[in-house]
Design a protein around this ligand. Structure first.
Ligand SMILES: Cc1cc2nc3c(=O)[nH]c(=O)nc-3n(C[C@H](O)[C@H](O)[C@H](O)COP(=O)(O)O)c2cc1C
Length: 205
């Protein structure tokens, strides 16, 4: 947690390997709102990170700089925004593979995403798969001990709602992404304040 030292940190991770990724554009929008709400932000574009597949037993040092950056940013985050495309009825493998690197956060007092608020976003070509993808991510985040924010933004028919660069052009969904960005900052601030109170109570006792 960085709350005591200053601003909360919100890290956004997502997008696909497609250049005009709508899930990446949706992430950009929500992350900008988190920044507007006062948080420091980190942006992890999965296309740019170009992660290898997670391989059990391989050390962090054996991976390239992209994995190191991903793990470091996740470790330092107070809140995380995850944005995936729906592929074949569920979350895209590029997203799931990235989340598998949270295995490098399995130790310590706050393993995995413990104590971090997680906001979820999905985009899909049709009506149904985005909800499935978001639901699957809820399971992943719970397994990683994260706190899922109670607003999930699932964008159906994303090809109608984003431009060629992936920017969300439908303001109904744009507004929801703004609300999600603000919400994760609000919730992370509340959690950090509660943890501070608990720490003080421990000291006083
Ligand atoms: C391999 C592949 C599988 C897909 N499977 C589905 C699907 O099962 N259901 C659906 O609604 N859309 C599906 N889509 C469409 C994507 O979910 C949609 O275009 C999404 O917005 C892509 O996100 P991106 O722009 O970030 O790459 C698929 C797209 C690809 C490339």
């Amino acid at each position: 947690m960085t709350f005591r030292e200053g601003r909360l940190k919100v890290v956004g991770i997502g997008g696909t390997l497609w250049e005009g990724s709508a899930s990446l554009g949706a992430l950009r929008r929500a992350l900008a709102a988190a920044g507007e709400a006062g948080a420091e932000t980190g942006f992890l574009d999965l296309r740019e990170l170009d992660l290898p597949m997670y391989k059990p037993g391989r050390s962090l040092e054996e991976y390239g700089p992209g994995v190191g950056r991903l793990v470091g940013e996740l470790r330092g985050a107070d809140a995380v925004l995850i944005s995936t495309a729906a592929y074949h009825g569920t979350l895209a493998s590029v997203t799931k593979n990235a989340l598998d690197f949270a295995q490098f956060l399995s130790g310590g007092e706050h393993p995995y995403l413990d104590g971090k608020v997680v906001g979820l976003i999905s985009t899909a070509g049709g009506e149904q798969a985005g909800a499935n993808a978001a639901g699957a991510m809820v399971h992943v985040v719970h397994a990683l001990r994260g706190v899922v924010a109670p607003l999930v933004v699932s964008i159906p028919k994303a090809w109608q709602r984003a431009d060629g660069s992936g920017n969300v052009t439908d303001e109904v969904y744009g507004g929801r992404l703004d609300a999600l960005g603000e919400l994760v900052v609000d919730l992370a601030g509340g959690l950090a304040a509660r943890n501070e109170e608990t720490e003080f109570a421990g000291v006083a006792g």
